[in-house]
Design a protein around this ligand. Sequence first.
Ligand SMILES: C[S@@+](CC[C@H](N)C(=O)[O-])C[C@H]1O[C@@H](n2cnc3c(N)ncnc32)[C@H](O)[C@@H]1O
Length: 473
Amino acid sequence: MELTVTIEAVGQGGICIARHEGRVVFVPDVLPGETVRVVVPEPAENAKFWRAELREVLEPSHSRIATRWSEAGPGGVGGAELAHVELEASRRWKSSVIAEQLSRLAGLELAVEVEAAEGDVERDGLGWRTRVQFAVARDGRLGGLAPRSHRIVPLTRMPLATSRIEGLGILGHRFPGADRVEVIAPASGAQALVVVSYGQPPKDADGQAPKDAGFQARRKQSLTAFAELNPDVSLVAVDEPNRRSGTRRPRGRRQGSSRTQRPRRELISGQDFVEEAVAFTLAGDRVERQFRVTGGGFWQVHRAAPGILTQALLDAVAVQPGEKVADLYSGAGLFTAALAIAAGADGQVTGIEGDQQAVSDSERNLADLPTVRLHRGPVEKELAGIPVGQAVPALDVVTLDPPRSGAGKAVVEQIVAHRPRIVGYVSCDPATLARDIAYFAERGYRLSSLRAFDLFPLTHHVESLAVLTPGPN
Ligand SMILES: C[S@@+](CC[C@H](N)C(=O)[O-])C[C@H]1O[C@@H](n2cnc3c(N)ncnc32)[C@H](O)[C@@H]1O
């Protein structure tokens, strides 16, 4: 069905909202105020909403510009939903999403300005990704997934990535039989790493895996050729026995079940980790630290994100010497290190992280900070193991940086039980953040400040830092 609609507002996930005869129509690749011609592929009569595809912009918004990436947008790859939006307008878009979630889920009316990272305005929102995960087409070419689909769109460019990643020439290489290729090029200029993952090949109709004698040979040949062409880049091949080829690893996953087999990693060349460097200022002194992150482990994606978020968190919670701090969802120890330095020799910082490899990395990254204790396990379980203080709070400060699913009610209850003087909540999802802010409010913690950062330019994603303190709303 073809329709002409006027776009009313931004929705979630980088798409906008229009209405047709009272029904909500979700439209991608547009801007509020535009009049557009769209097609609704499945206009079910009893559906509450329809999903449309853009065909033609009849009256463009003044914030529309020529797309920076022709392989994204209508019919193309996902992951750059705002490539057609002027950069400042894209930050206003994200501000309105945060404001809408806070209003709807936390009952708060707040104007939030989304801050640009240094250098991003000059680069028009391009060249920021230090990590990119590509899907692999049947012929071994690298690509990305079309939105809301498993269709792989082969790519010739990746303009959101840093020039180091584009410079590797990886998009010209083929990885036959692979499932996923992750490219990591630390912002510090340290050695880059490519991780090529192979799932189980899809089974035949009789349930047998196809026996392709040439497969191993082709795989070896492509890996060897890449390693020879890129002697300065580390290369790792990963076999994932539990994953069928073509299926995606769920993002922001909870910690895994014990029945799953561990992936097998083969080091083809170089090293199975990258070295990241982060600088921040504490009490007027510049501090620079190195972090080792094992291949594929979590690290902030934007080249400037680790420094920006660490500094913002330090400034917001202002840890005092001797304070007791918990850093939840601590990853490779990025915030834990800065918090431990701030708390000094008489302080104590407890890091809680569920991923075994991230905990091993953080043990190494924080080895020179004797006041740090690391707990491996789900936050909901490990935090419950920290005794709640009686006269003195067991925790003065709590920081958390959960996956997109947020912390949730049980974790919020456990945090509040410690009566910390301040909570610093770093979030990559405005909806779960707003929901958790409401849980805090029900338990006597109010939102005292909120900053937001455009650390995923030209996508719908946005990073926020909420500060919560005890007191009436
Ligand atoms: C957004 S990352 C933040 C990491 C770190 N703060 C940083 O900036 O590098 C979230 C981290 O939470 C971990 N995680 C996810 N769910 C968890 C859970 N239920 N309990 C403990 N850790 C969890 C992930 O392994 C990941 O390292």
